[in-house]
Design a protein around this ligand. Structure first.
Ligand SMILES: *Cc1c(COP(=O)(O)O)cnc(C)c1O
Length: 329
């Protein structure tokens, strides 16, 4: 990965994000953190503020059990709204340690970065003296071998990894420029450790997965992702159901709305009851989607022609009977 000169293995994405934030605070001597509404970075206290994933699905506030002290340094901006990040930095000059972002949002459903958004975050953090953290726990090794940072050509200071990195076994990692990573103990003063970190079982599974991910695998993922998006869209069109499909490579979400989904607020305008009906119909047809409007669906290399043909047959009647219900809000 372009931005990862040195890395530390941990056991989960939660640990990776939590440790990256600690390191950013230590490096900058600053406290505050900017995250984006609907962004999920694991369940560390400071990162659950306005979180996506299960917090969004269940419609819960995300903050019970978290002290005001732990959440008070977390500032929230709208995804794809550079001006909000800029205004927040202006409001807290010299106090922002880091901006943490899913470079392709995956936990409010898939929301791609708009043109210039990631580049803008890079510029703003550099000018502000804060660090840019890409949480690539989903996008790492998925949207390109080098993650979103390779696909979009933007280099963060710190990168968080997990999920695909372990080939199904529990793992996480955070890494970045050597000068930053050398601050982590025992080389440097920022403490972080873990009994099971870097355990040989998870690392072997991860290495085997990375070895299998060659150029042809990424071509297959790209083509299969595009094909799935086309199949879903045409089945919805045939049934007269408005649907917005957001896709980056092999990650996609079909939103039950007729308006562009560019951030958490627009994702939440999607009709979750319609999504639930569609989910149940597909499940009865033998297709198990992620059970939430606010999760990403992933295509994997196991989805061969036969699997995709099965999906296409299963989609045929999947939208019938779903009312194109009025969009809330
Ligand atoms: C899943 C996820 C995490 C948390 O990873 P866990 O391994 O579940 O702790 C962090 N960031 C992102 C972007 C995720 O999707």
């Amino acid at each position: 990965m372009p931005a990862v000169e040195m890395l530390r293995l941990v056991n989960s994405g939660t640990e990776a994000a939590m440790s990256a934030v600690r390191l950013a605070r230590a490096m900058t001597g600053r406290s505050k953190l900017i995250k984006f509404a609907g962004g999920y970075h694991g369940h560390a206290d400071a990162l659950l503020v306005e979180a996506g994933s299960g917090v969004a699905t269940l419609g819960i506030p995300g903050t019970p059990g978290i002290t005001a002290g732990a959440a008070g340094d977390t500032l929230v901006a709208r995804f794809n709204a550079l001006a909000e990040v800029e205004a927040t930095m202006a409001q807290w000059p010299g106090q922002i340690a880091a901006v943490i972002v899913e470079p392709v949002a995956g936990n409010m459903g898939v929301v791609p970065p708009g043109p210039g958004f990631l580049e803008g975050l890079r510029r703003l953090t550099r000018d502000d003296g804060s660090l840019l953290i890409f949480d690539e726990v989903i996008t790492g090794f998925r949207v390109a071998r080098g993650g979103a940072q390779e696909r979009f050509g933007v280099t963060p200071d710190l990168t968080c990894l997990g999920k695909a990195l372990g080939g199904g076994l529990p793992i996480g990692a955070y890494g970045g420029r050597r000068a930053i990573m050398e601050q982590v103990a025992p080389a440097g003063p920022v403490y972080q450790a873990g009994t099971l970190s870097g355990n040989p079982l998870a690392v072997a599974a991860g290495l085997a997965t990375l070895e299998a991910l060659d150029d042809s695998a990424y071509r297959q993922l790209e083509e299969a992702g595009a094909r799935v998006a086309r199949m879903v869209q045409s089945a919805a069109d045939a049934a007269g159901i408005p649907l917005i499909i957001n896709r980056v490579g092999s990650m996609l979400t079909a939103f039950f709305t007729d308006r562009a989904v560019v951030d958490y607020a627009s994702a939440r305008r999607a009709n979750t009851a319609s999504f639930a009906s569609w989910f149940r119909r597909l499940l009865a047809n033998g297709v198990s989607l992620p059970p939430s409007q606010f999760e990403a669906a992933f295509v994997s290399t196991a989805h061969d022609d036969e699997a995709l043909a099965f999906l296409e047959r299963s989609l045929t009647d999947s939208f019938t009977g779903i009312r194109p219900a009025p969009v809330p809000g």
